[in-house]
Design a binder for this molecule. Structure first.
Ligand code: PLP
Length: 337
């Protein structure tokens, strides 16, 4: 079985399991789990911020960020492909009572010019623009990424208009291994950052929300009210520490394998379009009479699993448990279809 459905399907490596078994733990609701505290301090330092809070999921870290940055009747600006809009069950409205202003970006990326036009003036009858969310890398945008040069004009604009800027950095390290940029430099551009440990980094569970001390103090209250206060969470935090220490650089391999498969797909007569392959997500369209469903059925016959992403659209995601040998097998199958 070769699973290209998502980079969330990975299992802990034996090194990670060892680290988890040896974790020193305590009750994190009382702030007494040394391994959770170490992970939070590590993540904050990595992005040159004051504090971080460990949460069960990236949905929770994004939702808490929106909650802390906004008041009801405020508005959040983001690309129409954003995870916070597409895949968090409308939580921005449910949890924070805010409106959303969707911009049509390029492969999930928006720019300062678009954002400036979208900022609403102050009138009683308009929602108050308060927060901008960028996603890096952008999942539905085919793993596209922002460079720091692209982010800087946006953070400057947000500062000028008094808007908060949040980074949904679920896969930020997939971008940073490509650009060579430092996480500290990313930290300077954003008010808050969410990172996922359970995607390409290969941990079983967990995300971190990172920001100022005051922001994270408020975030901890919302984590609790959302049911995210965990007890001996150090076993999970140990996996996160291990991932940050040992499994960041290797994300290059995932990106490279996605690129290689993308190059093969681009030559296949049954493929009409391959989105630019920037990191570990590969989105492409198959030509009729194929459909995404029929194509995936064909792949399944070879033991290869992936996701439909539209009537003609398919998504592959490469990850820690997708080896070079599996890549060769997938390429062989794709060439033979
Ligand atoms: C996976 C993901 C999240 C968080 O998802 P969870 O499954 O809740 O951890 C947030 N943003 C993006 C872009 C993601 O891909």
């Amino acid at each position: 079985m070769i699973n290209l459905v998502s980079d969330t399907v990975t299992r802990p490596t034996s090194g990670m399991l060892q680290a988890m078994l040896q974790a020193e733990v305590g009750d994190d609701v009382f702030g007494e789990d040394p391994t959770v505290n170490a992970l939070e301090a590590k993540a904050a330092a990595l992005f040159n911020k004051e504090a971080a809070v460990f949460c069960p999921s990236g949905t929770m870290t994004n939702q808490i960020a929106i909650k802390v940055h906004t008041q009801p009747l405020d508005e959040v600006i983001c690309d129409e492909y954003s995870h916070v809009y597409q895949y968090e069950a409308g939580g921005y409205a449910f949890n924070s009572g805010v409106a959303i202003n969707l911009l049509k970006g390029t492969h999930g990326k928006i720019d300062a010019g678009q954002i400036e036009v979208a900022i609403k003036p102050e009138f009683d009858w308009l929602p108050r623009t308060r927060l901008v969310v960028l996603e890096n890398t952008c999942n539905k945008g085919g793993g596209s990424y922002y460079t720091l040069d692209e982010v800087r004009p946006i953070s400057k604009l947000c500062w000028h208009y008094g808007l908060a800027l949040h980074l949904d950095g679920a896969r930020i390290f997939n971008a940073l291994v490509e650009t060579g940029e430092a996480p500290q430099a990313v930290g300077e551009q954003f008010d808050s950052i969410s990172i996922c440990l359970s995607k390409g980094l290969g941990a079983p569970v967990g995300s971190l929300l990172i920001g100022t001390g005051d922001f994270i103090r408020q975030a901890r209250r919302f984590r609790k009210v959302m049911g995210g206060g965990m007890r001996q969470a150090g076993y999970l935090a140990a996996a996160g520490i291990y991932a940050l220490d040992h499994q960041v650089e290797r994300l290059k391999e995932d990106n490279e394998r996605a690129r290689k498969i993308g190059a093969v797909l681009a030559e296949m007569p049954y493929v009409s379009d391959v989105r630019p392959v920037k990191t570990n997500i590969l989105i492409f369209d198959v030509k009729p009479p194929h459909t995404a469903a029929s194509f995936l059925e064909q792949l399944a016959a070879y033991g290869i699993k992936a996701s439909p992403f539209g009537p003609q659209t398919v998504r592959f995601v490469t990850h820690l448990d997708f080896t070079e040998k599996m890549m060769e097998r997938v390429i062989g199958v794709l060439r033979g279809l």
